[in-house]
Design a protein around this ligand. Structure first.
Ligand SMILES: [Fe+2]
Length: 291
């Protein structure tokens, strides 16, 4: 469920004070008191109008090696990322006509996240976000699946305001801000559900349009069916048991069936034992119908 915060305080903290707070406190966003307290800290960071400029100075002094460990797009500045949490700044430019800039942004795309996101409007008029909700527990997670999606509201992340988005629950669409805007996120990494898929949704059709997680291992697995061998079969069988992502394991089972090195009955047994209902129920039915 999305939650909005609009605290009023004169207190101002530095980015190091925010890091000390996150280092020394066990924050869980599923605990409302923790969430409130973290949102208040972000409000105090908002009152510090110099911290981002100071970070820019330090980054630019090191201009040959800027954000070298940043795996996000160039609109994202990683301020701190460790096992426990990530603090990042997102730069949101107004509508860009050229394709190169458009590619950097998550605009025009209704999606969820597999992590809880606490975000502060730090600078500028802010992006408008259109919020919907769905229930991941009632979803198998395959492309084309009909999903019960409910419209919640439109909201503009104004300066000093804070928005919380719940993982695998809130769907949102970012709209272009009227002027350049910056948001600051805190993600508690230890509570992120990296095993969950992230989806793009077709809101008009109420369905899953695309899986947004990295697809490179899925493509490698599916490529394997063109080079069937005992060794490759065993490697993919191991991945089908050990990989945490259900959509990757699903690719494994499809490939195992295509390679046809074990009997179909054996592979069906692996599919039945899989913990995900996407595989042990939805995909099992499809395979059984076709055999
Ligand atoms: Fe998003």
């Amino acid at each position: 469920m999305s939650i909005k915060f609009n605290y009023s305080t004169d207190k101002s903290i530095t980015i190091d004070q925010l890091k000390n707070y996150l280092d020394s406190t066990n924050i869980s966003y599923s605990n409302r008191e923790d969430l409130n307290s973290c949102a208040l800290k972000l409000t105090e960071l908002y009152n510090n109008r110099n911290f981002l400029a100071d970070i820019l100075i330090e980054e630019l002094k090191n201009h040959n090696n800027i954000q070298s460990s940043n795996n996000y797009t160039s609109q994202v500045i990683i301020i701190e990322s460790n096992k426990k949490y990530t603090i990042r700044a997102n730069i949101w430019l107004p509508y860009a006509n050229n394709l190169e800039e458009k590619k950097l942004y998550a605009y025009d795309n209704y999606h969820d996240h597999n992590f809880d996101l606490l975000t502060l409007g730090y600078f500028g008029p802010g992006y408008e976000t259109i919020l919907f909700e769905y229930d991941a527990e009632k979803t198998y997670g395959y492309i084309g699946e009909k999903v019960n999606i409910n419209f919640k509201e439109k909201y503009t992340l104004k300066e000093g305001e804070i928005l919380f988005l719940e993982k695998s629950k809130d769907i949102h669409l970012q709209c272009y801000p009227s002027e350049m805007s910056v948001s600051i996120n805190i993600i508690m990494n230890e509570f992120s559900n990296k095993k969950s898929s992230q989806f793009e949704f077709d809101i008009n059709d109420s369905s899953i349009k695309r899986i947004l997680n990295n697809q490179s291992s899925k493509f490698l697995i599916e490529l394997s069916s063109f080079f069937p061998s005992e060794n490759l079969f065993e490697v993919i069988k191991t991945i089908s048991v050990k990989n945490p992502y259900d959509y990757i394991r699903l690719s494994c089972f499809k490939t195992l069936l295509e390679m046809n090195k074990d009997s179909t009955t054996d592979i069906l047994n692996y599919i039945r034992k899989d913990p995900s209902k996407l595989i042990n129920s939805h995909y099992l039915k499809i395979v059984e119908q076709n055999n």
